[in-house]
Write a new protein. Structure first.
Length: 258
């Protein structure tokens, strides 16, 4: 197990939780069984991140493209979400975790949206950690929605095209509410981003593991954090300037690094 220096933790960890289906199929079970075990892994990892003091954890729970999976799998994922939005209430409140969500949430069935909104409202006051669920989320879709908003402001005369910079766009991206991603983890052996947080993860360190998501637990998170702490983050600069560059970059001044 990797050693973690708690004084140098990433401020924002994002996870692509892949491999539930394969995990279940390897055990002769339906894919939905893997999703249920995947939800248990969510609890373990959330607890471990909170205990360590990571301020923001964002999980890719349902992509915009996942709507095209077989209807029974989509239904099972929505049911699982609904269940967990009730069963995990004490876990969130006891640990002072604020729940947030990004994505085209209006596409979720009403029962899921209502439970989500209730738990977000009931945990809004906490600042122990922000847990963001990406639901019906796609990074390109998020950027398209943001650009449409900016285009409407330009059309109405309240925004000058020449005034648009990185910060203008960033302000329209809900995924940037908790800042840029420092560490992006993907389980399940694939090495791709799958439309997850393209803006926020632009300078993220990437950690890919063959472990399937239901097998990923606290120890796997420590390994990923330990690997992260052995990286040198440069943000497009030369080594000596890296430390000086981190603070402004963390506040979103991406231009400095280009
Ligand atoms: C990808 O594995 C995983 C998903 C599409 C769903 C992720 C959902 C969970 C971990 C559980 C629900 C979460 C909450 C917050 C209650 P896959 O099915 O694509 O796996 P495969 O690549 O093996 O087919």
């Amino acid at each position: 197990m990797g050693l973690v220096d708690v004084s140098r933790l990433p401020q924002h960890v994002a996870i692509i939780m892949d491999g539930n289906g394969r995990w279940a199929q390897a055990r002769g079970q339906p894919r939905t069984f893997g999703h249920a075990r995947g939800a248990d892994a969510v609890r373990d990892v959330m607890r471990a991140a909170r205990r360590l003091g990571i301020p923001a954890l964002t999980l890719y729970a349902f992509s915009e493209q996942n709507w095209d999976r077989p209807q029974d799998e989509v239904d099972a994922l929505v049911d699982l979400l609904c269940e967990h939005l009730v069963s995990e209430r004490d876990e969130l409140t006891d640990n002072e975790i604020r729940l947030s969500a990004i994505g085209r949430l209006h596409k979720l069935p009403t029962r899921a949206r209502e439970r989500l909104q209730k738990l977000m409202a009931d945990t809004a006051q906490y600042d122990g950690m922000t847990l963001t669920l990406a639901l019906s989320y796609g990074g390109r879709e998020e950027m398209v929605d943001a650009m449409r908003t900016l285009a409407e402001r330009v059309a109405s005369g309240t925004l000058e095209p020449t005034a648009i910079d990185s910060a203008t766009l960033e302000n329209e991206l809900a995924s940037m509410n908790v800042g840029p991603v420092d560490l992006l983890i993907r389980t399940g052996g694939e090495q791709r981003m799958s439309n997850f947080l393209p803006w926020g993860a632009a300078y993220a360190e990437l950690h890919f593991t063959d472990e399937l998501w239901p097998d990923f637990g606290a120890n796997s998170l420590y390994d990923a954090l330990s690997a992260y702490q052995n990286r040198e983050r440069r943000f497009g600069l030369v080594p000596d300037d890296c430390e000086a560059a981190k603070a402004p970059l963390a506040r979103g001044s991406l231009e400095r690094a280009l």
